[in-house]
Design a binder for this molecule. Structure first.
Ligand code: ADP
Ligand code: DAR
Length: 351
């Protein structure tokens, strides 16, 4: 029993989805619940309580968290994804179903393209609740599996412990490596024992990369310079299929691929381009209007909570649950196509 647990007053000053939906009544209903891995309501909301500027404020400790704390998570999921309790997720990773001829053959606008998915290992607690021993085992098992990859996917695993600070900073600057977990991840328990059992695998061209034990246990990444979105997606699907031959991922027929943060549920995919839009970025209202119309997000070039640099923006799909992987990548493609069309019109008008 956790009867001495009191409703966190900090939430009264927050605009997060946890603050919005965790009423005092719901808090009383959920405060004594705990998952099979010992994850409590306090664990679920700690990030949102410690960081009142959170957008969401909640993390799951395991697949069961989404069932045990469903009265809270279901509301967060419906608000963020527009996905209701009885809705069904779907999947389609067939690149042939993606209609995406290269939008920028002469590289006037798109600097680089990246498509990533998050995955977690079936029947293992998420990074928020995992033990050091199990996290170490995940690193060993996944890096061992990757050693068998050949052809374009052949590469090398670099444990974070063995990467010098200079090399880490250079890999982060060049967008290949994750930044050290921010305060949101810290409060969610995702930075425990950092940097042990964290690392990056990549091929010699750094077009196929895999992060181990960051926010999720795997971040499977395909990326390259230029705007050939279909080629990037095709490589990602090849890597996912190869990994699935050896590893079982946590999946739910309603929520799709299970992730520590509810914003990544479903396909757990982010398809993005880094793009130069010097004219459209002087008309941010119009820029945002086009982005909203095509369900794409405008972000800075170092991902979450970062700023645009040199007029370069990160444009990525907003939808990822209740839609297929092909639909998410198509969303991004269609949004980028509309942004480039408008950029060209404004550029021609200015000449
Ligand atoms: P997540 O995959 O968790 O959403 P972010 O979007 O925050 O991660 O990006 C993680 C890293 O990948 C950041 O350093 C970001 O700069 C880099 N990145 C994202 N999209 C691209 C892209 N299209 N080209 C190059 N780097 C990218
Ligand atoms: N910063 C946390 C998580 C938002 C989604 N981003 C992730 N999962 N990286 C928040 O609640 O704002």
């Amino acid at each position: 029993m956790n009867s001495n647990l009191k409703y966190p007053k900090a939430l009264e000053n927050s605009n997060s989805l946890v603050a919005k939906y965790l009423t005092k009544e719901l808090f009383e209903e959920l405060k004594d619940r705990v998952t099979i891995n010992g994850f409590t309501l306090q664990n679920v909301i700690n990030s949102g309580v410690q960081n009142i500027d959170s957008g969401i404020g909640a993390y799951a400790g395991d697949k069961e968290s989404y069932e045990v704390f469903a009265p809270l998570f279901d509301k967060i999921i419906e608000d963020y994804h527009g996905f209701k309790k009885d809705d069904k997720h779907k999947t389609n990773m067939n690149p042939n179903d993606l209609n995406a001829p290269n939008l920028d053959i002469d590289s006037q606008f798109i600097i680089s393209t990246r498509v990533r998915v998050a995955r977690n290992i079936k029947d293992i607690p998420l990074g928020t609740a995992i033990s050091k021993e199990l996290r170490d085992k995940i690193e060993q098992d996944i890096s061992q599996t990757l050693l068998s990859f050949d052809g374009e996917l052949q590469g090398k695993y670099y444990p974070l412990n063995n990467i010098t600070l200079d090399d880490r900073e250079s890999l982060i600057k060049d967008h290949f490596l994750f930044k050290e977990g921010d305060r949101f991840l810290q409060s969610a328990g995702l930075n425990r024992d950092w940097p042990n059992a964290r690392g990056i695998f990549h091929n010699s061209d750094k077009t196929f990369l895999l992060w181990i034990n960051e926010e999720d246990q795997l971040r499977i990444i395909s990326m390259q310079q230029g705007g050939d979105i279909k080629e990037v997606f095709t490589r990602l699907v090849l890597a996912i299929k190869k990994l699935q031959e050896k590893i079982k991922f946590e999946y739910d027929k309603h929520l799709g691929y299970i992730t520590s943060c509810p914003t990544n549920l479903g396909t757990a995919i982010r398809a993005s381009v880094h793009i130069k839009l010097p004219n459209l970025s002087t008309k941010m209202d119009e820029f945002k209007e086009i982005a909203d119309k095509y369900s794409v997000q405008i972000r800075g070039i170092h991902g979450e909570h970062s700023d645009s640099e040199g007029g370069v923006y990160d444009i990525s799909n907003k939808r990822r649950l209740g839609v297929s992987e092909v639909e998410c990548v198509q969303d991004m493609y269609n949004g980028v196509q509309a942004l480039i069309k408008r950029e060209k019109e404004l550029r021609n008008k200015n000449y």
